[in-house]
Design a protein around this ligand. Structure first.
Ligand code: NI
Length: 190
């Protein structure tokens, strides 16, 4: 981000300036749901690319498998985030194969839990978004800030999926339409 962009808004407590419109966005339930749809789609489109025989492949022993990450993302969204923002304790069931097995089963689990999560998020009122949620660690946090962290969590694991698919020889789509090489080719030389 350029210095001019950084100067566009007042500094927040984490030391980064964000334009006022961006700061408002995630507090708005409708905008949150739009953003959830687009970020979710960027993860969902990777799942059919997983070779069925590699669904439980992991880069090293004890690490998440491909299927484990997918079950983890679905379970965290549905049973940690959606449960806690509704005022209930986290009910995260883990990410084991007992929850969903095989590529088709894992994708079905992911889709079912996301649909349930989205319905729960869609039922939240603006007042609930501005209210407080108790985390599994026992802290309380403003609900929209808690949900904002969900996007970073998903992006973290989506990056793992990208790398793990590459390690299995699978071609993956650029995250935003252009590859890094295409962006470089279209960039001004310093
Ligand atoms: Ni995680």
């Amino acid at each position: 981000m350029s210095p001019a962009c950084l100067a566009a808004g007042p500094s927040l407590d984490f030391g980064v300036s964000i334009p006022p419109t961006a700061r408002m966005e995630i507090r708005d339930p409708a905008v949150f749901l739009d953003y959830l749809a687009s970020t979710h789609q960027r993860t969902r489109r990777l799942l059919p690319l997983i070779p069925p025989d590699d669904i439980e492949w992991a880069p090293k022993a004890g690490w998440f498998s491909l299927g484990g990450i997918v079950r983890h993302l679905a379970g965290i969204e549905r049973f940690m985030y959606a449960e806690t923002v509704c005022g209930r304790p986290s009910a995260y069931p883990g990410h084991g194969r007992d929850l969903a097995d095989g590529l088709d089963g894992v994708i079905a689990y992911y889709d079912r839990l996301h649909a349930e999560s989205r319905a729960l998020f869609a039922a939240l009122t603006p007042e609930q978004f501005a209210g407080r949620t108790t985390t599994p660690g026992g802290a309380t946090i403003t609900t929209w800030k808690w949900l904002r962290a969900m996007f970073e969590h998903e992006a973290h694991h989506r990056g793992q999926l990208y790398l793990m698919l590459a390690l299995r020889g699978v071609e993956t789509p650029p995250i935003y339409g252009l590859t890094a090489e295409e962006v470089e080719a279209r960039s001004r030389r310093a």
